[in-house]
Design a protein around this ligand. Structure first.
Ligand code: MN
Ligand code: MN
Length: 276
């Protein structure tokens, strides 16, 4: 299966700083910069010449939020129309809501594995129900996922704890995390907010939340979802899509975070293409 890569240049619902709209170009630049090879750690080759994936470029997105939601959803739907997995690059975390709307149209009983410092379960933030702090509340209200597993969390509030209980979210708080992703089955979507990582590993994000994951822990977690991996022992789970969000290039230091995005892109391309 040929994975479709899409850029989502949208950051109008960031609550603190703008910047993630510029992320798709930065991740692509790091991916193609020539400093690394195209082998994944698990042994797949994902160079462009392998035709395991195709870059569809950036979506055109309107300023109006309702139009933006529809455009992102329809862009992802079109990319998945032939059954392909989709990997979206960039945007603030609000974009995961319309992306998952499109993924859920094709895949019932979806499990979402969500890496983030923040649960993003607010009913609203500063009066904004479209905020990047709210997408997983919208996703669960709409019944788009059967299961939501959150990893890396270290900012949960009483309100978001109530929301997690209300929606049955499995919140794995980082302070007590055992390093394992729970076993999953069926279609799996992975959403990576780069602030799941400690700011030491990923300074190019809007919300610095120290005490975060290492890049190694994040990569190992993603690898554990492969057939035969610790979270997917019998191969009953299959990755159908993923996003990498919240890269803010205006805060990056020497492209460190963009390179993390590129590395995750490579590893995800291997997994999404079913080749490791
Ligand atoms: Mn987030
Ligand atoms: Mn976050």
């Amino acid at each position: 299966m040929v994975t479709k890569v899409l850029g989502v240049p949208y950051d109008a619902h960031s609550s603190f700083l703008r910047g993630p709209a510029a992320a798709p170009a930065e991740i692509r630049a790091s991916l193609h910069c020539g400093s690394a090879n195209w082998e994944t750690e698990l042994g797949a080759s994902v160079g462009p010449e392998t035709e395991r994936w195709v870059d569809l470029g950036d979506l055109e997105i309107s300023a109006d939020v309702e139009a933006a939601l529809a455009e992102i959803q329809s862009g992802v739907s079109a990319a998945m129309a032939d059954g392909s997995p989709v990997l979206s690059l960039g945007g603030d975390h609000m974009v995961t809501w319309p992306i998952v709307r499109a993924v859920a149209e094709r895949h019932r009983n979806l499990t979402i594995v969500h890496f983030d410092a923040h649960p993003d379960l607010y009913d609203e933030l500063d009066g904004d129900r479209f905020s990047h702090a709210c997408p997983f509340a919208r996703i669960m209200e709409e019944g788009l996922a059967a299961r939501l597993i959150q990893v890396g969390i270290r900012t949960i509030t009483p309100h978001q704890r109530d929301q997690a209980d209300r929606f049955g979210v499995e919140v794995l708080e980082l302070r007590t995390w055992d390093g394992e992703i729970p076993a999953v089955a069926g279609p799996v979507y992975v959403s990576i907010d780069l602030d799941a990582l400690d700011p030491a590993f990923a300074p190019g994000v809007s919300h610095y939340e120290p005490g975060g994951m290492t890049t190694r822990q994040l990569i190992d977690s993603i690898h554990s979802l492969r057939p035969g991996g610790a979270a997917n022992l019998d191969g009953a789970a299959r990755l159908v899509g993923a996003d990498i969000v919240e890269l803010n290039p205006t805060r990056d230091v020497g492209d460190v975070t963009a390179m993390v995005g590129a590395k995750l892109t490579r590893e995800l391309l291997g997994l999404l293409s079913g080749t490791g």
